[in-house]
Design a protein around this ligand. Structure first.
Ligand SMILES: NC(=O)c1ccc[n+]([C@@H]2O[C@H](COP(=O)([O-])OP(=O)(O)OC[C@H]3O[C@@H](n4cnc5c(N)ncnc54)[C@H](O)[C@@H]3O)[C@@H](O)[C@H]2O)c1
Length: 392
């Protein structure tokens, strides 16, 4: 099957590479000729590196490059069985593009969007055959990140959902299915990782270097929240947080932090500008963490219980299955453990008490305990009872 990819930016280029590596002929389109030139050059660089590392042979690399064709007119998608859109994050522009696409491709062509924050239902509504529209959300960089969220809109047919999932699975990706709600799974559940860390910092409880040390060394996370925000870019991370906050009709659980807004405004975007929470200039001395274990454990607990509560609430609202929720966080953002499994190991009652302690202290809706956790604690239930037995 020929795959179409619209938008040759960071995501589109990566997705085209993934599809080509899986053996598909790919048509990669962009209205900006410069983007196409850059995308082609980047792929060549990536392939050379993979050859050096012995991950692909020179012959395979040539095949991957040759299977991708570059162009600018949507009519080039005529033969495609699936088109994945990865253009600018703007609903009106995406709707116009989807409506045009429909007049070009065959009736059975699946139309997918890689949007991070827009409603798939709203995009699908631009099409006459809206049942063929689905969200296929890759993570950045697409060739390296194993997780892909598949998001059926309320209009999407079961057959299209299944076909999209089967196809992406055949690309050696791990798919999870998420309800068409803001942030899908990962970008919703991960919010407290940043938000609660920022809150702890803003309250003067600990500095970024200490919070990062806690999350890495005591929590087992690969990166601390401030390190990660600097890596993602404080502008991008702030925009995602603000978008999710607005999309949830200003639920205080997702409230952005002024600290991050100011960093974004000042241009302290993180690694890409040489300064964020840390200084990345050569020879810069960054602050040492305060390695106080007792204080550290309290910080970890506050962030972790908020993450667990968010995961439990996503399950309570049927955003995804419990298995998919844990897979999404371990494979999408490399969490050391699935949050629901973590909750089982800690004890659901302890998690409820952790949330209630925070609520009692702050009296903010932000700290409300998910009803699911409360119900489960009352019945002494676990998310994964069989795993707990093995664990014990
Ligand atoms: N960057 C990420 O981390 C990330 C992760 C997951 C999903 N996404 C989503 O993927 C999409 C693309 O993001 P990106 O980071 O690759 O953006 P990008 O800015 O790197 O690339 C977008 C490309 O689309 C092209 N484009 C814009 N309008 C077009 C049109 N009408 N027709 C053809 N080409 C057009 C631009 O020229 C540009 O090359 C967005 O919807 C974004 O939300 C981004």
């Amino acid at each position: 099957m020929k795959i179409g990819v619209l938008g040759a930016g960071a995501m589109g280029s990566g997705i085209a590479q993934v599809a080509s590596q899986a053996g598909h002929e790919v048509m990669l389109l962009d209205t900006n000729a410069d983007a196409l030139v850059k995308s082609k050059a980047k792929l060549e660089k990536v392939m050379n590196r993979l050859i050096e590392k012995g991950r692909v042979t020179a012959e395979e690399a040539t095949g991957i490059q040759q299977r991708i064709q570059y162009g600018s007119a949507l009519t080039e998608f005529k033969e495609c069985g699936l088109v994945i859109e990865a253009i600018i994050e703007n609903l009106d522009i995406k709707k116009t593009v989807f409506s045009k696409l429909e007049s070009i491709v065959a009736d059975n062509c699946i139309l997918a969007s890689n949007t991070s924050s827009l409603s798939i239902a709203a995009i699908a509504a631009a099409c006459k055959h809206s049942h063929r529209v689905v969200g296929i959300h890759f993570f950045n960089p697409a060739p390296l990140m194993k997780l892909v969220e598949i998001i059926p809109a309320i209009q999407t047919s079961d057959a299209v959902l299944q076909a999209a999932r089967d196809l992406v699975n055949s690309w050696k990706k791990l798919t999870v299915v998420a309800k068409d709600t803001p942030g899908f799974i990962v970008n919703r559940i991960a919010r407290p990782f940043y938000g609660e860390a920022l809150r702890i910092y803003e309250e003067g409880i600990a500095e970024p270097a200490t919070i990062d040390w806690v999350m890495r060394e005591i929590g087992g996370f690969r990166m601390g929240p401030f390190q990660l925000m600097d890596y993602i870019g404080n502008d991008i991370n702030f925009t995602v947080t603000e978008t999710v906050f607005k999309a949830f009709w200003y639920d205080p659980r997702y409230k952005p932090a002024f600290t991050q807004k100011r960093l974004a405004e000042a241009g302290y975007l993180g690694r890409k500008t040489g300064k964020g929470y840390y200084d990345y200039s050569e020879g810069a001395a960054n602050p040492e963490p305060d390695r106080d274990e007792t204080k550290g454990k309290a910080i970890l607990w506050r962030v972790l219980v908020m993450l667990i509560n968010e995961a439990a609430d996503a399950l309570n609202l049927n955003i995804a299955s419990k298995e998919d929720i844990d897979t999404a966080m371990t494979k999408g953002v490399n969490y050391p453990k699935g949050l629901l499994q973590w909750a089982d190991e800690i004890g659901i009652q302890e998690c409820v008490e952790g949330m209630d302690d925070l609520y009692d202290e702050y009296r903010e809706d932000r700290y409300r305990c998910s009803p699911l956790l409360r119900r489960m604690a009352a019945k002494n239930q676990h998310f994964f009872p069989t795993k707990i037995k093995q664990h014990e």
